[in-house]
Design a protein around this ligand. Structure first.
Ligand SMILES: Nc1ncnc2c1ncn2[C@@H]1O[C@H](COP(=O)(O)OP(=O)(O)OP(=O)(O)O)[C@@H](O)[C@H]1O
Ligand SMILES: [Mg+2]
Length: 246
């Protein structure tokens, strides 16, 4: 039996009558690693932001763990953000807090964890992302790749059921991309459910179990990655893949 975590039905987002997401339908099962790819402006970021309600969808249903969250009130948003971790291009660590404090903050404030419990979890996560020695430094002394790994640890500290990544490696110097992808790889191996917007086609090919190809405000193809890259079905996908090669 599959364990469905997320179901998106006819999800539509318009900005001033202009559709950016047009009747999206998709499903995510627990343990899925999905890469969301497609040309600039297709609506990838908007889709992620509509899932965790950073943007309010115009219409449709997003069922998360069996509950339609679209009509959630503002006071329920914390809960959604807890259960869906999000990592962006910019890491947005709090500059005035140490790495450890950055990771501990939300679990203590939002989930009422004790200081000890939050610390233990934070050290465990620091170990996982390979940065145990950085617990007591401030974000400004971290490299981009280190900061992004801390941002991932911070999201994981909330014990989310789903992780959303929006181009987590796009702002990094090339030599730091690998260390972040490695952490994401490890997360995928450990069974974390993830939706990842990325330009890293090797991640899409080798780590994801599904590719969603977005173009013109819709998901035009959902496919097994090997199948998608070998044999894209739509003209837009063929064009997108050809452009990657040049
Ligand atoms: N707040 C907003 N107001 C008006 N239009 C917006 C807003 N946010 C996004 N859009 C428009 O929605 C469309 C999709 O944007 P989105 O950022 O989701 O694309 P994307 O696929 O993530 O692109 P990229 O690969 O460049 O990040 C674009 O045409 C964009 O201009
Ligand atoms: Mg985007």
């Amino acid at each position: 039996m599959t364990n469905q975590l997320l179901k998106i039905e006819n999800l539509t987002k318009k900005y001033k009558e202009v559709p950016v997401l047009n009747q999206i339908n998709a499903e995510v099962n627990s343990g899925d690693v999905i890469t969301l790819i497609g040309p600039s402006g297709a609506g990838k970021s908007t889709l992620l932001r509509c899932l965790n309600l950073l943007e309010k969808p115009t219409d449709g249903i997003v069922s998360f763990d069996g509950e339609n969250i679209i009509s959630y009130h503002d006071n329920q948003l914390d809960q959604i953000r807890t259960e869906m971790g999000m990592v962006f291009q910019q890491f947005n660590l709090f500059p005035h807090l140490t790495v450890l404090e950055n990771i501990k903050l939300a679990p203590m404030k939002v989930k009422n964890k004790s200081e000890d419990e939050a610390s233990n979890k934070a050290y465990e996560l620091l170990k996982m992302v390979g940065l145990s020695d950085k617990a007591n430094v401030y974000p400004k002394s971290l490299s981009g790749g280190q900061a992004q790994r801390i941002a991932i640890a911070r999201a994981l500290a909330m014990e989310p059921k789903l992780m959303l990544f929006d181009e987590p490696t796009s702002a990094l110097d090339p030599e730091m991309v690998g260390e972040v992808l490695q952490v994401m790889n490890q997360l995928a191996d450990n069974g974390m459910t993830m939706i990842v917007v990325t330009h890293e086609m090797n991640f899409a090919k080798n780590v994801a179990n599904q590719v969603w190809f977005m173009s013109d405000h819709q998901i035009e193809e959902k496919a097994d990655p090997k199948e998608f890259f070998a044999n894209p079905k739509t003209e837009n996908a063929k064009k997108f893949l050809n452009n990657l090669l040049v």
